[in-house]
Write a protein that binds this ligand. Sequence first.
Ligand code: GLV
Length: 321
Amino acid sequence: MSKPKILVARDVFPEIIEQLSQHFDVEANPDDVIFSPTELAQKLSDKVGAFTTGSERIDAAVLAAAPHLKICANMAVGYNNFDVAAMTSHGVKATNTPDVLTETTADFGFALLMATARRMTESEHFLRRGEWKKWRFDLFSGAEVHGSTLGILGMGRIGQGIAKRGAHGFGMKVIYNNRSRLSADIEAQSGATFLSKEEVLKTADHVVLVMPYSAESHHAIGAAELALMKPTATLINIARGGIVDDAALAKALRDKRIAAAGLDVFEGEPAVHPDLLTVPNVVLTPHIASATVKTRFAMAKLAADNLVAFLTQGRALTPVN
Ligand code: GLV
């Protein structure tokens, strides 16, 4: 009997292709081509399952061309590349990869906060350019991290991981805003106090964005929000591009409206707003917050396990619809 056909839309660990090949007829993408929406639709036209990443948009047009498709397993915790309503109405299961990346991503959020507040990349560039000629009392002085006030917007699992690092590791006062307030227990474990978004922006020395991207969070941080922040504050985005208005942020950084920013995600990535590339007080990384070998493997494995469990036993492990 022929095996069900699936697409693995991007290059991935060979062990994952091997695992999937035990159950499925796999069309892999070892050259890691980024498919256009038309190519993706064409490739999915005879598939029952797809292993996707944030670079594949699954929307009504793609679904209309994929009559046999039953599941898309995203190798990411975020799934804003999925039109979940359209998938549900086409009877297509959507899954993501929660939990396995929480601590690794929280580590990175904290690392980016520290690199930003302590001006690590800006000072490294200065050194590499050969401009370091003498010690100076104020050379690359940054903002204090320990004992400062950490503001978190979006207090899911990753937000809570960052809160714990700040509260328990660095003696920070942690304030947060989230669509819904956390239980008293989780607030106590995270060492975090609930405030309005405006109060968080006004009060925090470091603001970390960890909320999901949606129409509601599009440009949630624009010129008006940046204007509420302290001029000494830093802004960190490890959530999604599009939550921050990158043009407004570049202007706020250039005008020293805020001290610095650390960004792992960008609107329209991998393109980066050109103004961000010319301001010195920003640390830029290419969407790597979950990128340790162990965590990326765990994410790929969970996506593959979702495909196997759903297509062989009708049971997704981490469904979002
Ligand atoms: C990465 O951005 C993810 O959503 O897992």
